[in-house]
Ligand binder design. Structure first.
Ligand code: G
Ligand code: G
Ligand code: MN
Ligand code: NA
Length: 253
């Protein structure tokens, strides 16, 4: 309850910020994008992880203004880097279930792109399997509305949910983000390795890019290169960092 009160005022008190985790192309080693990850700097409790307040934000409906702020802030940051002459990266933003189910998401995204001036092909929205599988017909419609804007869509935490390959085929998805639990296992046991290999193959057969999450070691990276995985995120390259640190990283400082 105490947390809820704080959450209600956090936006106007400017207690949120975004950290950015680089996404790296496996073939070239170049940073090609980043994922925006929400942080709440609570005046008493310090930094609170989204895992600890997104569910509350969902229940209370506060996710609507918070989610709108995240989208706007991430697009503005992408434009700020562009204006600073840095490489034009793709910006990935996580959506929660309630944001996705709300009927006007494509209009909201269109408006944010217009207001911030970010080109649609620079934005990617991350959905989860469960968001999509809850109501496949409605989800497909929303996804098509988003795709029509020219943005990309990815399926986050892929492999952890109840994913029907049949739906995967029919949804307009550009990339699969292979959940980090699978990446952890690739150099531990052979079945872990074959699961990741299979996901990459399925993605590619459907002309979907495969992105590995949670890459922490050189061994995992080498394995992913061998599978033909397209790109990766993980502590091996960088943890999620504040915008200023990300700027320095892009400048090679
Ligand atoms: O950084 P990490 O601890 O950073 O993120 C924890 C979880 O919170 C992840 O599952 C991530 O997808 C989710 N998350 C991070 N930022 C956002 C956000 O802006 N919106 C939503 N809905 N989820 C987020
Ligand atoms: O669920 P989603 O993929 O959106 O959230 C990303 C989460 O994964 C964030 O909490 C982020 O901090 C975390 N993360 C990113 N890279 C790594 C990694 O290499 N190892 C671990 N353990 N967590 C990671
Ligand atoms: Mn994500
Ligand atoms: Na994930």
């Amino acid at each position: 309850l105490e947390l809820e009160g704080g959450l209600r005022n956090a936006l106007e008190r400017r207690e949120f910020c975004l950290h950015y985790q680089p996404q790296v192309d496996l073939a070239s080693g170049r940073v090609i994008g980043c994922e925006a990850l929400l942080r709440w700097l609570h005046p008493q409790k310090g930094m609170i992880s989204p895992d600890d307040f997104i569910p509350l934000a969902e229940e209370t409906g506060l996710i609507t203004p918070i989610g709108a702020w995240v989208l706007d802030e991430a697009c503005r940051q992408a434009i700020a880097w562009q204006k600073a002459g840095l490489p034009e990266l793709r910006m990935a933003v996580n959506l929660s279930a309630r944001q996705f189910r709300k009927g006007d998401l494509p209009q909201q995204v269109r408006k944010t792109l217009y207001q911030t001036g970010l080109a649609a092909d620079r934005l990617e929205l991350e959905l989860t399997e469960s968001m999509v599988m809850d109501d496949p017909v409605g989800a497909k419609q929303t996804m098509q509305g988003l795709k029509d804007l020219g943005i990309s869509l990815s399926l986050d935490d892929f492999g952890t949910g109840y994913s029907s390959l049949n739906y995967l085929r029919r949804f307009p998805v550009d990339s699969l983000k292979i959940d980090r639990s699978f990446i952890r296992d690739v150099v531990i046991d052979p079945s872990g390795a074959s699961v990741v290999n299979s996901i990459v193959d399925i993605a590619h057969n459907l002309r979907i890019a495969a992105v590995a999450e949670g890459v922490e070691t050189r061994e995992q990276l080498d394995f992913l290169v061998g599978c033909g995985c397209d790109s990766y995120q993980g502590f091996f390259f960088s943890k999620p960092i504040p915008a200023d640190d990300f700027t320095r990283l892009l400048r090679g400082e």
